[in-house]
Design a protein around this ligand. Structure first.
Ligand SMILES: Cc1cc2nc3c(=O)[nH]c(=O)nc-3n(C[C@H](O)[C@H](O)[C@H](O)COP(=O)(O)O)c2cc1C
Length: 241
C-alpha cells in the first residue's frame, strides 16, 4: 500500500464544521473497528510529518481539567531505538515467563487466537529496535486529585488523561495506513529507559510505548466479547440481547 499523503489542511482553534456532513461516519467507524494491535512491520520509513499529524490528533484528546499532562518522545535514531528495544525485550520476556499458560481453551479458535497473539507479541519483543518509529507517551509525576473539608475527592487517575491521547494517535496512524500497538511492559525498566533518553525520571513515568510502522498483514476486526453481554440498561444486570 502506498503511503497516504499528509492531510493538507490547517487546523485552527475554534474552527467549526458542517454539522450536516455525514460523509465521515462510514470511514471513521471502519478505522475504529479495525484499529487493533499490529506487531509486525515492514522497514519502510515513516515520514516525520505524518507522525506529527498523528500527534496533533493525540493532542486533541480530552484530559481532566484540560491539563493535557502528556509529553511525547519520538524515537527514530537507530541507536536510541536499539536501547528501547533492548529494555522492551527484557521486560516482555520476563513478563511472559511470569504468566501461567492457560490450562484450557473453550475452542480451537480461541487457542489459535491466543497462540497468534503470543507469537506476534514475541516477535515484537524481539524486533522492537527495528520498528521505524517508537513513540513514548510520558506522564508527569504530579499530585492529582483534590480535597475539600469532607476529605479527599477521587476524580479519577491521571493516566486516564493520557490514554485517550494514545488511542487518538493510534487511530490517526491507522488513517495513514500505519500500524501501532499500545504497549506498557517497558514500565518494568522505566528508570533505565528514561535515563538513556535523557528524561528526568523524578518528573516523568512512561504511560505507553507505541511502535509505529507500515504493517505486515492487514487491518481487520478483532475478536471481542459481544457488546450486548457487557452492556446494562438502567440497572446493572438488565441486559438486552
Ligand atoms: C494498557 C495496555 C497495555 C498493553 N501492553 C502491551 C504490551 O506491553 N505488549 C504488547 O505486545 N501488547 C500490549 N497491549 C496490547 C494488547 O495485548 C491488545 O490490545 C489486545 O491483545 C487486543 O489486541 P487486538 O486488538 O489485536 O485484538 C496492551 C494494551 C493495553 C490497552
Amino acid at each position: 500500500m502506498a503511503p497516504v499523503a499528509v492531510v493538507d489542511r490547517r487546523w485552527s482553534v475554534g474552527q467549526n464544521v458542517d454539522m450536516t456532513d455525514d460523509r465521515g461516519a462510514e470511514v471513521v467507524l471502519e478505522h475504529i473497528m479495525t484499529t487493533r494491535a499490529m506487531r509486525r512491520f515492514t522497514d519502510a520509513p515513516v515520514d516525520d510529518a505524518v507522525i506529527l499529524e498523528c500527534l496533533r490528533a493525540a493532542q486533541q484528546a480530552p484530559s481532566g481539567g484540560n491539563v493535557q499532562p502528556q509529553q511525547y518522545l519520538v524515537v527514530t535514531a537507530p541507536e536510541a531505538r536499539a536501547r528501547v528495544g533492548h529494555w522492551y525485550g527484557r521486560a516482555y520476556h520476563r513478563y511472559e515467563a511470569s504468566l501461567a499458560d492457560p490450562a484450557e481453551f473453550r475452542s480451537d479458535d480461541d487457542r489459535r487466537s491466543w497462540e497468534r497473539t503470543r507469537d506476534a507479541s514475541r516477535h515484537l519483543a524481539d524486533n522492537m529496535a527495528d520498528v521505524p518509529v517508537l513513540v513514548l507517551f510520558l506522564q508527569p509525576k504530579i499530585a492529582w486529585g483534590s480535597e475539600d473539608a469532607e476529605g479527599p475527592l477521587d476524580i479519577g487517575r491521571l493516566d486516564a488523561s493520557v490514554y485517550p491521547a494514545v488511542q487518538n494517535f493510534c487511530l490517526a496512524a491507522r488513517a495513514y495506513g500505519l500500524g501501532t500497538a499500545l504497549t506498557t511492559v517497558i514500565r518494568v525498566y522505566t528508570a533505565e529507559v528514561l535515563d538513556e533518553l535523557g528524561v528526568p525520571a523524578d518528573r516523568y513515568e512512561i504511560a505507553a510505548l507505541v511502535p509505529v510502522g507500515y504493517p505486515i498483514g492487514r487491518f481487520g476486526v478483532a475478536r471481542r466479547k459481544p457488546v450486548e453481554a457487557v452492556t446494562h440498561w438502567n440497572r446493572f444486570g438488565d441486559r438486552r440481547r
